[in-house]
Design a binder for this molecule. Structure first.
Ligand code: RIB
Ligand code: CA
Length: 326
């Protein structure tokens, strides 16, 4: 008897790295993707929805796509088109041919899916606006979600949008704080895990292209602008893939070779540190002598912060997934 399939919901602001994460999920035999919900982030939500539909179509998958929040809870949307291209997929002209999104709003879809699937695994690849609204509207979903893998944050390190903050958290810090303090079982996959040796280097890129399928070619081509932008941003060469790394950690938790549980707070007031993921790595909160140092209505539970990734394992999973799509 095959093991019961794991049911997953993916919330995404679908741009070029999100698309690769969607491919990994849609091609995985380990999980059943119940829904893809879309949020404004990298690009406006209508464009992100089109990008999700393109990706589902490329995979030949039959998964519903729902459009969600068009802007953060309290702020205006500040997209990342400079990084991913105006259309989010490297401005290569990709467009869905026949698939359309569902009429139901993404927040309603998140609630319905969580209530229908106790034990649901949730992964977020964009700003947390949809998730925050779903929790506020139906708090019961928290108890039904067995894992919440969040691609976001810069735990005890530099951000990619400001020195303090990573994009997904920075775009909607109020939503991120609601989610972080909600009691959801958060696994925090920070941007730093997608840097340095985790980046697809020239050899990795050649290995993907050598697979020779339209899907493999799409992975590299839609990330062409992101590759240039990543060099402009960091001076590092290659394709950085934060969302696929978060997806790899959802699919294979053992790829997290170093992780620990900590209270995590989100800065929502200071313009200087807006969106900062403040991680109590030394657990000072637990020390009554420090009670005055870090007063916060911190989470009902701690988040699992991933500090170290099995990089060869991550790349092996990506290559295996793409090769299997032959
Ligand atoms: O900071 C990286 C994150 O922001 C990724 O999810 C990328 O797609 C953008 O949404
Ligand atoms: Ca994303």
């Amino acid at each position: 008897m095959s093991s019961p399939q794991r049911t997953v919901l993916i919330d995404t602001d679908t741009a070029s790295d999100d698309a690769v994460a969607l491919i990994m999920a849609l091609r995985s035999p380990q999980i059943h993707v119940a829904a893809i919900t879309v949020v404004a982030g990298n690009v406006p939500v209508e464009q992100a929805t089109r990008n999700a539909l393109v990706t589902v179509e490329l995979c030949g998958a039959d998964v519903p796509v729902y459009t969600g929040a068009a802007k953060p809870l309290q702020r205006e949307l500040e997209p990342a088109t400079w990084f991913h291209g105006m259309d989010g997929l490297g401005d290569c002209g990709y467009a869905p041919t026949h698939r359309i999104s569902e009429p139901t709003h993404a927040v309603d879809a998140i609630i319905a899916t969580a209530l229908r699937h106790p034990g649901l695994e949730l992964i977020t690849l964009g700003p947390l606006t949809n998730i925050a609204q779903a929790i506020q509207r139906e708090p019961r979903i928290v108890d039904n979600i067995s894992r919440c893998v969040v691609m976001g944050g810069a735990p005890c390190c530099e951000g990619n949008v400001t020195p303090a903050a990573e994009f997904n958290i920075w775009v909607d810090p109020e939503a991120a704080r609601i989610v972080m303090l909600s009691g959801l079982p958060i696994e925090l996959v920070g941007w730093q895990l997608s840097r340095y040796d985790a980046v697809l280097n020239e050899h990795d890129i050649d290995q993907v292209l050598a697979i020779g399928t339209p899907l493999a070619e799409f992975v590299i081509r839609c990330n062409g602008r992101a590759r240039e932008a990543y060099f402009e941003q960091t001076g590092e060469h290659g394709i950085s893939l934060p969302d696929p790394i978060a997806m790899a950690l959802l699919l294979e938790p053992a790829l997290a070779v170093e992780a620990s549980d900590h209270y995590v707070e989100i800065e929502t007031v200071s313009p200087l540190t807006r969106g900062m993921t403040v991680v109590d790595r030394l657990d000072v909160t637990a020390d009554s002598r420090n009670a005055t140092v870090w007063k916060t209505a911190h989470a009902q539970n701690k988040a699992k912060v991933i500090w170290k990734l099995d990089v060869p394992g991550w790349k092996r999973l990506l290559m295996t997934t793409l090769a299997a799509s032959k």
